[in-house]
Design a binder for this molecule. Sequence first.
Ligand SMILES: O=C([O-])CC(=O)C(=O)O
Ligand SMILES: [Mg+2]
Length: 564
Amino acid sequence: MSELVPKSPLYIHHAGPALIETPLLNKGTAFSKVERTNFNLMGLLPPRYESIEEQVERAYLQYSSFKEAINKHIYLRNIQDSNETLFFKLLNRHIEEMMPIIYTPTVGEACERFSDIYRSNRGLFVSYTERDQMDDILRNATKRNVKVIVVTDGERILGLGDQGMGGMGIPIGKLSLYTACGGISPAYTLPITLDVGTNNEKLLNDPMYMGERHKRISQSAYDVFVDQFIVAAQKRWPGVMIQFEDFAQPNAMPLLKRYRNEVCCFNDDIQGTAAVAVGTLLAACRKKGEKLSEQNVVFVGSGSAGCGIAEQIILQMIGEGLTDKQARGQVFMMDRFGLLTEGMTGLREFQEALVQNSTNLADWSIDGEYASLVDVMLNAKPGILIGVSGVPGLFTEEAIKAMHKGNKTPIIFPLSNPIKQIEARPEQIIEWTDGDVICASGSPFDPVQYKGESYHIAQCNNAYIFPGIGLGVLAVKAKIISDEMLMATSVTLADSSPVVNTGDGNLLPNLKDLPELSKTIAFNVAKIAMEQGHALTISDEELRARIEKGFWLPEYRPYKRVSV
Ligand SMILES: O=C([O-])CC(=O)C(=O)O
Ligand SMILES: [Mg+2]
């Protein structure tokens, strides 16, 4: 359809080699004869004129010649750094195959080996030692009209811990999905890494490591530095949306609290993961014909992601009629010491609100001093188990079997990424429950074959959520991102569950349907933003038209030269 609509020309200054070397503008062999003449490109390209379709075909052949996922990743990143339109066309064509390559799980390895596989620059590296030049650094961004920033400090990359400057792979991967699935033009996106050092000894001792070679700076210096960055970014691109990504627990929640009412921002690991988890849980409960508020829920992992999901579940349960106290009584948080209970010391503020009180546990029988996962399974008889620990193997056979004994068709989500950090693999969970389970994971898995049946594993990943948030925020220029806007994303996701809607099919929409889902999420997010007075007010038709018209598609536009 889009091919049939004549594209309006883009007026550009670049010409000659500089044009071919600008990834946002480069068309490679697709530059027409007229363009090659007008922009001084004659002789710089092989003589044949190709369509983007032909370019995609060649790129896919080259891509397929690589066996290892990391080499495929390097190849795709190279295309992205030389021709963004082609990169996104290729990605759109093969999203199911390529998402695990540009995103989790392969992006985890790309972060761990960032310095080894480094090819060319993308985004901004804002390092602590260069903080006096912050404004200059931001001015150097090759994109002038930035609307979405994903920023990390590399301290908690997926479940892989501190990757220092190598964490940059994550903002790059997330923003690729903003474009591929959320239609945000790559001209509007900017990945940023705040390099404040690393406590990863392996990196500090690695001669190849390209980041700042010192331990992470002190908390007080860190707070001032992040503040300086947020202020500078808002000054450079007023109203820019900022997604905090993969910050470690001690900083993630405080940063969110500090900025969420001041600037348009959210934390993907706390709020994005909570939104996708609640949306997927709502769909799973509807599939069972039950309510979320009827379930006991157990978390393995009580960091900011786990507690973020727990609070969102509690809100949902309250919405379904429970009191706050009743809802909290149904949510059980475990960390490395066992179940979080009243009176435990050393808990963070956001964990304090989620401890179990002793009256609730009065009739529990447990083996040791603290309740183990098996104890919790046997006593709480949860319908839902969620893993956000980053520790592989924590869902043991004994615990899963104990859960299944107390609950028919349990809902089990091992969400830790990448795959090597997962609490239990889907095929194990299916075997231990004899196939009587609803399972979703954070990273992608092939369908599991068990006793002649095929089990599709939903990928309960915040990628279902954040592209739509960005699209909605941009459509109405939202000033902040409220809890209600996030809640709307969960409900939208649950409402688009194929199995809920048709009684058949998967728990979550297919990845190739993400652009359409993002548009619906964007519409619902923007509506709430307008209702709450966080955005400009426009009619539904206008909103729909903006989302549709603003949705960037990877097609080459004709170029005209800016006359000087
Ligand atoms: O990046 C992903 O796949 C999901 C996520 O935010 C995380 O695990 O930190
Ligand atoms: Mg993350």
